[in-house]
Design a binder for this molecule. Structure first.
Ligand code: RRO
Length: 307
């Protein structure tokens, strides 16, 4: 009970879930390593209306302190996701909260994908991804302009019956302004942060290491940025936050709670430890004891009321 937290649409037995993209639809090499039912929840790879083949290879480069990806929203498209991917996963995890991530290149595409996933009854919440840094149309362009972010959130909220968590991009000068705009448009929660637009160049070939040139920087390298943004947003926006950005240890989880988070998602840590989520879940109670924390739900209340 001490690890349990409750958020709109999500009753979590523990606060740790794989970040979007990281476990595919519960069917990739990270996901098949253990019993998914032990997780707090799963956030699925972002879905678009039509299949997308993604960006040219290579699409991943693992760094000393993080990773760069330019996956490019590769996914099999709404129909396959709704008819095959989610039902197959749902059969394996009958009671686990599932959060479907949605993306698109137009407002109409987002609305169509959001409505279908909400109507399916197969997922507990949506993550509205307005922060993919790796596509030329749409992606984080929806998340860098507060007015555009707000209109999209309002349109998606109008056609859905499950809570909507808006995934914010750190590639802005004022993330508080975007968070306030989507809160005013009816967002039920926030998910933050997506990856930071970055790049690596091989000094021998003199070429970028990723096929797309640029990519999204994730992992330990961006944790301090995530902590700062979550701290600033949680002080002025009264919405639950799914924290992400370099979380690797139980101590990192507690730090996110102290910044204002309600639960956490873990991505890049899986490259060095394929069972990262499970190890964090198993080790979290001892770290809580050490720090004198008896319940995460109480910690949320304490931190948020002090804000
Ligand atoms: O697929 C991707 O390239 C991708 C997405 Br949709 C995203 O939201 N964040 C990211 O780092 N990569």
């Amino acid at each position: 009970a001490r690890l349990a937290v409750s958020l709109p649409g999500l009753e979590l037995k523990n606060p740790v879930m794989p970040a979007s993209g990281c476990f595919g639809f519960g069917d990739n090499s990270f996901a098949t390593k253990y019993d998914l039912n032990l997780l707090g929840a799963i956030i699925l790879k972002s879905a678009t209306l039509d299949e997308r083949i993604g960006n040219p290879a290579p699409i991943i480069n693992v760094l000393e302190d993080g990773a760069l990806n330019s996956v490019g929203l590769k996914n099999p498209g709404l129909k396959v996701i709704l008819d095959e991917k989610i039902p197959t996963l749902r059969a394996k995890v009958p009671t686990l909260p599932l959060i479907a991530s949605i993306a698109g290149s137009t407002k109409e595409e987002y609305v169509t994908v959001a409505k279908s996933l909400s109507d399916s009854g197969l997922v507990n919440a949506l993550e509205l991804n307005i922060s993919c840094p790796n596509v030329h149309e749409g992606g984080m362009l929806f998340g860098t302009n507060p007015k555009v972010a707000s209109e999209l959130t309002r349109a998606v909220k109008a056609v859905t019956n499950v809570p909507v968590y808006v995934k914010l991009t750190p590639n802005v000068t004022d993330i508080v302004e975007v968070a306030q705009a989507v809160a005013a448009a009816g967002a039920d929660g926030l998910s933050m942060i997506n990856t930071v637009l970055g790049m690596k160049i091989d000094v021998k070939t003199r070429q970028p290491v990723l096929g797309n040139g640029t990519g999204g920087l994730s992992g330990k390298a961006i944790r301090a940025l995530a902590v700062r943004m979550i701290y600033q947003v949680s002080h002025v926006v009264d919405l639950p936050i799914i924290a992400s950005g370099g979380i690797t240890t139980p101590e990192d989880v507690i730090e996110m709670y102290l910044a204002g988070a309600h639960c956490v998602s873990v991505g890049t840590a899986h490259f060095s430890n394929p069972t990262a989520c499970l190890d964090i879940i198993n080790e979290l109670p001892a770290k809580m004891d050490e720090l004198g924390i008896s319940s995460l739900q109480d910690l949320i209340k304490e931190v948020r009321s002090a804000h």
